[in-house]
Design a protein around this ligand. Structure first.
Ligand SMILES: C[S@@+](CC[C@H](N)C(=O)[O-])C[C@H]1O[C@@H](n2cnc3c(N)ncnc32)[C@H](O)[C@@H]1O
Length: 271
C-alpha cells in the first residue's frame, strides 16, 4: 500500500536528491499517459477470481465521512501473507494456543484475497469488514467462486461496515490490517479497540502490514510488540504488482486484557 504522495516525494528527495526525484516524477507522469501492461495476478489466474489492481480512494468511495481517511485498495501479496501467518502460528503455538480457537478479521478486506488465504487455515471464523460497497460486492463474488471447493475454514463472511461501527467478536482474535486508513482514523480506531478490550477476557493479536501508524498501537498500555520483519514477494507476484515495492514490512502486536499476565516479548523492535 502506498504512502501519501507528499510523504513519497519527501522520501524520494531524501534518498535521491532533487534530480533523482524529478526523474522519478516524470516517469510516474509518463506511466499515466502510457500505462504499463500488468499481467493478471497469479492468485487470480489460479483460482478464477479477481483480486488484483490498485484502486485509489477516490475510485472506491462509499459516501461515508471516513472515505477521506481511506488509503486505497491494493491486495496483500499471498507470499507475504503466508510468511507472516506462519510466523504468527509459531508464536501462538509457543504460547500453547491453536488456530482453531481464533477468529480472523481483515479490517478493510477489499476484494477478499486475504479472506481466501486465511481460509486455508482452520480458523473458527474468517471475517472481512469493508467500507466500500463496490469492493464488498467484488469480495462476495470472489468468495462465491472460492467456496465452491471446501477449505479448512468454510465459515467466511464479508460485512459492509465502517471500522468504527464494527464491534469485535468474542473469543481469541487475530486482527489483520494492510495500512487501510490514515493516521486520524487509525488513532480513533486504537481508542475504540482499547475500550472494547477492557470488557474482554481473551487476547487479541494485531498483524499490521505497512505499519505506518504503529506508534499509536504501541502506546496502549495493554500492547506488546512481538516482532517486526520484512517479507519479500514471490517473483511471479512481483511481475504482476502495480507498485514498485518488492517486499512488505509487517509488525505483530499482542493486546492483553489488563487483568491477565503479560508474556515476554519474543522479537526485535520494529519501525
Ligand atoms: C490496502 S487495502 C487492503 C485490502 C486487504 N486487506 C488485503 O490486504 O488484501 C485497504 C482496504 O481498507 C478499506 N478501508 C478503508 N477505510 C476503511 C474503513 N473506515 N472501514 C473499513 N474498511 C476501510 C479500503 O476500502 C481498502 O479496501
Amino acid at each position: 500500500m502506498p504512502a501519501s504522495p507528499i510523504a513519497r516525494i519527501r522520501t524520494l528527495l531524501r534518498k535521491r536528491g532533487v534530480l533523482g526525484t524529478a526523474a522519478r516524477v516524470a516517469q510516474v507522469l509518463w506511466r499515466r499517459v502510457v500505462p504499463r501492461r500488468v499481467p493478471p495476478h497469479p492468485f487470480d489466474l489460479e483460482h478464477g477470481v479477481e483480486t488484483g489492481g490498485l484502486l485509489m480512494a477516490r475510485n472506491i468511495r462509499s459516501g461515508h465521512a471516513h472515505d477521506a481517511q481511506s488509503t486505497a485498495y491494493y491486495g496483500t501479496q499471498p507470499s507475504v501473507f503466508r510468511a507472516a501467518i506462519a510466523r504468527w502460528i509459531e508464536d501462538i503455538s509457543a504460547a500453547g494456543q491453536n488456530v482453531r480457537e481464533f477468529t480472523f478479521v481483515d479490517i478493510g478486506c477489499g476484494k477478499g484475497r486475504v479472506l481466501m488465504l486465511a481460509s486455508n487455515h482452520p480458523f473458527r471464523r474468517v471475517l472481512g469488514i469493508e467500507l466500500s460497497p463496490s469492493l464488498v460486492q467484488r469480495a462476495r463474488e470472489n468468495l462465491g467462486r472460492w467456496t465452491a471447493r471446501p477449505h479448512p475454514c468454510d465459515c467466511i463472511e464479508v460485512i459492509e461496515s465502517d471500522v468504527l461501527d464494527f464491534a469485535l467478536p468474542d473469543g481469541p482474535l487475530l486482527l489483520y490490517l494492510y495500512h487501510p486508513f490514515e493516521a486520524e482514523l487509525f488513532g480513533q480506531w486504537v481508542h475504540f479497540l482499547a475500550a472494547q478490550l477492557a470488557a474482554r477476557a481473551t487476547t487479541v493479536y494485531v498483524l499490521y502490514l505497512n505499519p505506518y501508524h504503529q506508534k499509536m498501537l504501541r502506546a496502549l498500555p495493554c500492547a506488546q510488540h512481538l516482532w517486526s520483519d520484512v517479507f519479500a514477494f514471490d517473483p511471479q507476484e512481483s511481475a504482476a504488482r502495480q507498485l514498485s515495492d518488492a517486499a512488505t514490512p509487517v509488525a505483530l502486536y499482542r493486546l492483553t486484557p489488563t487483568d491477565q499476565p503479560r508474556m515476554p516479548s519474543t522479537g526485535a523492535d520494529g519501525q
